[in-house]
Ligand binder design. Structure first.
Ligand code: URA
Length: 408
């Protein structure tokens, strides 16, 4: 067997055997298959897809590349959540405390930014001192102690995904439905929850651009879940416009805290409630309507906010010391009218260029920069009104962000 024949086979749209997938992917982790060869295979997969059998084999190979987490020592139902990634998506920081404050255990391993979409771990790292790397023992202990935990995928959990995810990010292969399904489901199954809720983003600012593809991804992930006896539910949510009003790491943490404090009610609040309600319904076996009431009460009573603060300090974060750059450029409307659209992809592209995301594997993130949307879709503006604010640090440029706004 050799890697060139395997790449050729996929390029020619043929089904790879389990042995061939093992040879390529396990070979990559052993560094016998080179970056450029894996990039080529990933591109062939991106273009020609994988069959269900290839997907099931690959999920299994991914899971077996490392350890799995046994949560049997944690009492109660454990419900995990995952998002396929969107612009301004900080829902994990909001829903995990809501759900955990209601007695459902939330074990969550998160990722870093991928393409132009941000990652929860990058956001949490903008809190000084916050410990994102936990051992398996620390993960289980925190779940037992406070009912929730959000940390970086440990090095020993699906290490293959870590390698492949980073490579996909810089080789234009992030948008493959089977690769997304393998990446998400291998991590979710390995990290041990009983039930899994997946928020599939569809739209301009998402990895998955259309509702049609989102449904294909949903069905594929449910089929993978069935193989492993896991209850998997998916919601499909729109990602044409940014979620909430902040894009950029520290800015987004601050925004999540405001939502939990009950101070802001916007599209981010609505989606967070929808995800939390689904998780509570799965965890408690109650209707979505009853679950939603409980979620609202957790916010209004500050139970969820207090759980968030408990979680941040448990993982040694000092939120008071978090820094948002004090260098800013305010962007004014050049036309009067109603804002009918804010292009999530463009906003995220600007935020990434300011330093909030990675363009190459080794880029270091600047957590202090990003974009604040002073105006939202539906707002009316006059010429000269500030529509958004750019927080910059090293790169002083507005990157023509006004183009992201449609004013009619
Ligand atoms: N989230 C993941 O964990 N993996 C992907 O491939 C995309 C989103």
């Amino acid at each position: 067997m050799n890697i060139i024949d395997i790449i050729n086979k996929k390029r020619n749209k043929l089904e790879l055997t389990r042995e061939e997938l093992e040879y390529a992917f396990n070979g990559y982790i052993k560094k016998e298959v080179k970056d450029y060869q894996m990039s080529s295979l990933l591109m062939a997969i991106c273009i020609n897809d994988l069959t269900d059998q290839e997907v099931f084999d690959l999920v299994d190979i991914f899971i077996k590349s490392g350890d799995t987490i046994d949560l049997s020592s944690v009492s109660g139902v454990k419900v995990d959540k995952h998002s396929t990634g969107g612009v301004g998506d900080k829902t994990t920081l909001i829903i995990a405390p809501i759900v955990a404050s209601l007695g459902i255990k939330v074990p969550k391993m998160s990722g870093r930014g991928l393409g132009y979409t941000g990652g929860t771990i990058d956001k949490l790292e903008s809190i000084p001192g916050f410990k994102v790397n936990l051992t398996k023992e620390e993960f289980v202990k925190e779940l037992n102690d406070i009912g929730m935990v959000v940390c970086s995928q440990t090095d020993s959990l699906v290490p293959l995904d870590k390698e492949i995810y980073t490579l996909r990010d810089v080789t234009a292969t992030v948008e493959s439905i089977p690769l997304i399904a393998v990446s998400i489901m291998s991590k979710k199954i390995a990290s041990g929850a009983d039930k899994i809720l997946i928020d599939i983003k569809a739209g301009k600012g998402a990895l998955v651009k259309t509702e049609h593809d989102a449904k294909l991804l949903r069905d594929l992930m449910i089929r993978i879940g069935n193989k492993y006896n896991k209850e998997v539910n998916c919601i499909i949510s729109n990602m044409d416009i940014p979620l909430g009003i902040c894009v950029g790491n520290a800015l987004e943490v601050a925004e999540a805290a405001e939502i939990l404090d009950g101070r802001v009610k916007n599209n981010l609040y609505d989606l967070s409630l929808e995800i939390a309600s689904n998780m509570i319904s799965m965890g408690k076996g109650i209707s979505i309507v009853a679950a939603r009431d409980e979620a609202i009460e957790a916010i209004n009573s500050k139970k969820a906010y207090n759980k968030f603060m408990e979680f941040v300090s448990y993982q040694k974060g000092d939120i008071e010391s978090m820094v948002i750059s004090d260098k800013k450029i305010e962007i004014a409307a050049t036309k009067s009218g109603i804002i009918t659209f804010i292009d999530a992809y463009k906003v995220s592209e600007v935020s990434c260029k300011l330093g909030s995301g990675r363009l190459t594997k080794d880029d270091v993130i600047d957590s202090t920069v990003g974009v604040f949307l002073n105006k939202q879709v539906g707002d009316s503006v006059q010429v000269g009104d500030i529509i958004c604010t750019i927080y910059y640090n090293k790169v002083k440029d507005d990157f023509d962000i006004a183009k992201a706004f449609t004013i009619q």
